[in-house]
Design a protein around this ligand. Structure first.
Ligand code: PHE
Length: 465
């Protein structure tokens, strides 16, 4: 994707390219979208929320949400983005015009911009932890540690707001530098190599967990279905996470879709991305839980889970310090390829609207997210006891963005794509005919929206009813 050709406001953009640049092939779109999808959500968040929600039954609901809600909505986002070829807000505006829909559908774009800012604010903090762990593993402090020593080391780091702030700042600056320069070829090429290496290392860690951890118990925890452990709040968490992990509901994939070549098949591309994302999450779970059980740690330890368990593995492996350093480096990389996509909807919009320079917009946006992120930094120390509705600042931002805004955004996207969007556009983009077209209609009009509504409805009913 290039830096973008400056155009006057209101200039007519040639039909099939975006002014912000284009992915050079379908494969690069897959890489970029996978880079967006695979991130802290898979390696950090998925295992810890699975732990907090009792394991297997939660995983089943999550997988169902990916298949029945996530994949179709991702197809819808790519389709909308590619037919509009602008930032999500302006894409929505022009599709509304072409389809004769009500103006208020553009809320999809606006809410996405806001969700992106909220998510990036805490995302950079957690990514900062991962960057710190690159150095911490390299230093060799984890040599020979057990679970409780590793937990203590993590707790000590978290309790120092200045340290956490430093690493958050570093990550934010790195993100802004990359974003400001436009997602250069360098990154695309890097992702091409780093994603496979990350996956390989994860598989290696699963191997370690199988040999040295309690693999049977870890596996059973992840995959044995025990319906009695399922709650409506857990179901909402699973659904929210399906959106989060696939980067859906806030326009990131719509923005990336705007730079996708027209001839590529949306359905195969999206299924590839969904499968890769799921494989990474499950591998992370299989690497983490066997260690949790053998070390006597608790699966419901919360956001620190990955930082407490994996260093135990690395600390006790031959060449563990080197492997651990590489691992956290890759996690940081996975995080930054996601962070970039969180800024794209807002960035592209501001560039279009004010014809502003990309780097200026990037810096301002970064500053806002950084400031807001300080609330998350403090949530783990100074403000740990400051709670609203029983939630810390971090919990609150995470809740509102992940459990409300993303699913709501996804719901609106499905409804718009299924009921409002001009039929010709959908047919052109998806290339579905006959039975496939009917199945698509059924899924995007009913299955996906009803899925979101049922989970929303029941959770509200359970909490207030
Ligand atoms: N999908 C990313 C992850 O799993 C997070 C993300 C959410 C990125 C929403 C973009 C948009 O880490």
């Amino acid at each position: 994707m290039g830096a973008g050709i400056p155009l006057a406001k209101g200039a007519i953009v040639p039909d099939d390219v975006s002014r912000h640049g284009m992915w050079s092939s379908r494969w690069l779109f897959v890489l970029a979208a996978t880079g967006s999808a695979v991130g802290l959500g898979n390696i950090w968040k998925f295992p810890y929320i699975t732990g907090e929600n009792g394991g297997g039954a939660f995983v089943v609901v999550y997988l169902l949400c990916i298949a029945a809600i996530g994949i179709p909505i991702m197809m819808a986002e790519v389709m909308l983005g590619r037919s509009g070829r602008q930032s999500p807000i302006n894409t929505m505006r022009s599709l509304i015009r072409e389809s004769g829909g009500h103006r208020s559908w553009s809320v999809i774009g606006w809410m996405g911009v806001l969700a992106g800012v909220l998510i990036l604010s805490f995302y950079a903090v957690i990514a900062g932890w991962a960057v710190f762990y690159v150095f911490r593993l390299a230093s060799g402090v984890f040599e020979g540690v057990d679970g409780s020593q590793s937990s203590a080391l993590f707790g000590e780091f978290l309790s120092n707001p200045w340290a956490v702030l430093l690493w958050q700042t570093l990550f934010m600056v790195a993100t802004i530098v990359i974003v400001a320069r436009g997602v250069a070829r360098g990154l695309e090429v890097a992702v091409r190599w780093l994603m496979p290496i990350l996956l390989l290392l994860l598989v290696g860690l699963v191997g370690y967990a199988a040999v040295y951890g309690d693999f049977g118990q870890g596996f059973a925890f992840l995959f044995s279905f025990d319906a009695s452990r399922l709650t409506w709040d857990g179901t909402l968490t699973a659904m929210g996470h399906a959106f989060f992990t696939l980067s859906l509901g806030m326009g990131a994939i719509m923005a990336y879709g705007a730079y996708m070549p027209s001839q590529a098949s949306i359905s195969t591309t999206v299924v590839t991305i969904g499968v890769l994302d799921t494989v990474v999450a499950l591998a992370a779970g299989l690497a983490i839980f066997p260690i949790v059980f053998v070390e006597g740690l608790v699966p419901g330890a919360g956001p620190g889970l990955m930082f407490e368990t994996l260093p135990v593995a690395f600390g006790n492996l031959p060449f563990g310090a080197v492997l651990g350093t590489i691992f956290f480096l890759l996690v940081s990389f996975a995080a930054i390829t996601s962070a970039i996509s969180l800024t794209e909807p807002a960035l592209a919009f501001l560039v279009e609207e004010y014809n502003a320079k990309r780097w200026r917009v990037a810096i301002s946006l970064g500053a806002v997210c950084w400031l807001l992120g300080i609330g998350t930094v403090l949530s783990f120390n100074v403000w740990a006891d400051a709670k609203l509705f029983g939630l810390t600042f971090f919990d609150l931002v995470d809740y509102v963005s992940g459990k409300i805004m993303l699913p709501l955004g996804g719901l609106l996207i499905a409804l718009f794509a299924g009921w409002v969007l001009n039929r010709r556009i959908a047919d052109e983009q998806l290339g579905f005919e006959g039975l496939r077209r009917e199945v698509w209609d059924l899924v995007i009009r009913f299955v996906a929206p009803l899925g979101v509504l049922v989970v929303f409805g029941y959770t509200i009913y359970q909490s207030f009813g």
